[in-house]
Design a protein around this ligand. Structure first.
Ligand SMILES: [Zn+2]
Length: 122
């Protein structure tokens, strides 16, 4: 956990509210991905280091979906079908949570800062 106190803590959830989490982050690097899943979701994503993501509730409602290289665990709510986040690795063994920015309560970010990740070629 970072020591910097000025980093905002966002609350997030799936649509029905069964899955709830917090993410301590600045939304400075939002991205959209063009892989076969993300282009269907049309989600804006943002990566959060493992310690700065806390699942508050709903682990029993979550189901994991993996495809392609099976390196990312896409998590969706079995009640409402929304994917609030995915879990992966930074390549050095550290957990990264890729959160769906649209599942956050009042996210503050610059839409012009959204970058495009070429996941389709992975
Ligand atoms: Zn739900």
């Amino acid at each position: 956990m970072s020591e910097q106190a000025d980093i905002p803590v966002y609350e997030g959830s799936c649509q029905c509210g069964a899955v709830r989490f917090t993410a301590r982050t600045r939304l400075e690097a939002p991205f959209q991905c063009n892989c076969s899943r993300c282009r269907r979701l049309n989600a804006v994503m943002h990566s959060v280091p493992g310690d700065d993501f806390v699942l508050l509730g709903g682990s029993e409602a979550l189901k994991t979906y993996k495809f392609n290289s099976h390196t990312i665990a896409h998590q969706f709510c079995t009640q409402c079908g929304i994917q609030p986040f995915a879990a992966g690795s930074d390549g050095q063994g550290n957990t990264i949570h890729v959160i769906n920015v649209h599942c956050l309560n009042e996210p503050r970010y610059d839409r012009n800062a959204i970058s495009h990740f070429n996941g389709a070629d992975f």
